[in-house]
Design a protein around this ligand. Structure first.
Ligand code: ADP
Ligand code: MG
Length: 240
């Protein structure tokens, strides 16, 4: 579904992604892990053109997204993103957050958008919060709303950038549970995470980045029991 071919990204003279090539199949869950500053967020952001690659190609369903920037809105609709800090609209209720883009971009009627939103809020266990403002929610609840909001656009693929890193420890689990559920539903997911348990249990594949290079691209079993690189071994020693 996504082919990444010789992807490079530089910010000025700083080369942040160095010749990354990989393929993500439809329905796969890929965990992207690696030290801070290794390029994980940049890698993810290239996949929905929040960053423009300096070199290389990204093909989604065979179409080169780097070639045709006119399609950027369609691409972003198809590739949803969940951020560390939720990015909910603070001046809108949960329900308003949920229906805004589906009405504006997908041109759903209000009734259709509300029905869909309520169904998704139920799915993440927050139907009773539809009419509250985000500042009345816990971090875990905010992130579950952010996930439901991304799903409301019916993307083929969801990108998560450290979705639990800003949460208090007791809230991490409820968000990971929702993500695990999603993974089982068959949507393609790319998840930057430091949650090694989640990566090992839920991911089909691990991409380990170090210094902007894709150092390992392996099954969780291989990666966690017999990493090929010294870099990954050192990283895992610190994490586990
Ligand atoms: P990670 O998510 O693995 O921590 P990032 O992708 O955020 O890593 O960053 C990789 C490197 O790129 C870091 O050195 C960071 O400072 C740099 N970087 C990221 N975004 C920008 C930007 N917009 N402008 C300049 N440098 C950036
Ligand atoms: Mg990051």
């Amino acid at each position: 579904m996504i082919n990444i071919e010789n992807l490079h990204k530089s910010f000025g003279k700083l080369e942040v992604l160095k010749d990354i090539s990989t393929t993500i199949e439809k329905g796969q869950v890929v965990a992207v892990i690696g030290p801070s500053g290794s390029g994980k967020s940049t890698f993810l952001r290239c996949m929905n053109l929040l960053e423009t690659p300096t070199q290389g190609r990204i093909l989604i369903n065979g179409r080169d997204i780097t070639a045709d920037r006119k399609e950027i809105n369609e691409i972003r609709q198809n590739v949803g993103m969940v951020f560390q800090h939720f990015h909910l609209f603070p001046h809108m209720t949960v329900l308003q957050n949920m229906i805004f883009a589906p009405m504006k971009i997908k041109k759903l009627s209000k009734e259709e958008a509300v029905n869909k939103a309520m169904e998704l809020l139920k799915r993440v266990g927050l139907a009773d919060k539809a009419d509250v403002y985000p500042n009345r929610l816990s971090g875990g609840q905010k992130q579950r709303v952010a996930i439901a909001r991304a799903l409301a656009m019916e993307p083929e693929m969801l990108l998560f950038d450290e979705p639990t890193s800003a949460l208090d420890p007791e809230m991490v689990k409820e968000v990971l549970e929702v993500m695990k559920d999603l993974a089982l539903s068959g949507i393609t997911m790319v998840v930057v995470t430091h949650e090694m348990g989640f990566a090992r249990e839920v991911a089909d594949r691990i991409c380990f980045l170090d210094g902007g290079r894709l150092v390992e691209d392996a099954s969780p079993e291989e990666f966690f029991t017999a990493p090929k690189s010294e870099r990954a071994r050192q990283f895992l020693e610190k994490m586990l």
